[in-house]
Write a new protein. Structure first.
Length: 242
């Protein structure tokens, strides 16, 4: 065009094309990433089901995590071949000590959102309406569960390292699904859901939690290590006690 990149951007801004230039041309990603369920994308779908935001009106898909979990979003960038930058911002309404958050946003995400709904039932306002993924393969289900635990789950041990807990914040639909799928996969009993408002909690402890988590930990997907390290702590205690 015989013009520098800066002059083209300035002209585009004057014409109201700034968002088009920034997101449509200079940022790329693999929009077919969720087209066919795999172990890897089932994990990311689980994380997005917990912490993602689908906005069909704005045609976007975004996910926000604490800045300390930046490494996980860097892995999502690589997986989806996303060429843009992560955005860091301050969450002034956060109750956590570290209020800095990090965001990855996919614009023009109609294909992403369609595939996420088709295979994983992820839709707008999912925190109130999410049911369960439309997966049949057991390994893909497990990968999805790991992602969801990394988003809305808690793996913890007590100070002595001799008590293990798994607690997951769920919708009633997902809670009922967990009470079907986990007994089927692991032969455990159904658990009574507890609730706080419209949020339900599915919880396991000690041997039952250990059985489920040790098996899930074998699945080769990214994982949020700061959560799964508590499983290592408990396993070390079990080995010492024997």
């Amino acid at each position: 065009m015989g013009r520098s990149k800066d002059s083209i951007h300035k002209k585009a801004e004057k014409l109201g094309l700034k968002s088009f230039i920034n997101s449509r041309i200079t940022v790329f990603y693999n929009e077919n990433y969720f087209k066919t369920p795999t172990l890897e994308n089932s994990y990311w779908a689980g994380l997005l089901a917990a912490d993602g935001c689908v906005d069909n009106k704005r045609n976007t898909l975004s996910i926000d995590l604490a800045e300390k979990d930046r490494n996980l979003l860097e892995k999502l960038k690589v997986a989806t071949k996303y060429s843009g930058d992560l955005k860091i911002y301050n969450n002034n309404i956060s109750y956590e000590t570290d209020q800095k958050r990090i965001r990855l946003c996919f614009n023009h995400a109609a294909k992403f959102n369609k595939d996420l709904f088709s295979h994983f039932s992820i839709m707008p306002r999912k925190s109130l309406t999410f049911e369960y993924p439309k997966l049949k393969n057991k390994k893909l289900i497990k990968a999805f569960l790991i992602g969801f635990i990394d988003g809305d789950g808690c793996i913890s041990v007590n100070k002595n390292g001799n008590k293990l807990y798994l607690k997951i914040a769920v919708t009633s639909g997902l809670g009922n699904w967990l009470n079907y799928i986990l007994p089927m996969l692991y032969g455990i009993k159904q658990m009574k859901l507890t609730s706080r408002g419209k949020i339900f909690y599915y919880a396991l402890s000690d041997r039952t939690a250990l059985k489920v988590l040790n098996d899930l930990n074998k699945i080769n997907v990214p994982k949020l290590l700061r959560k799964w390290n508590n499983l290592k702590i408990y396993n070390k205690h079990v080995l010492k006690s024997h």
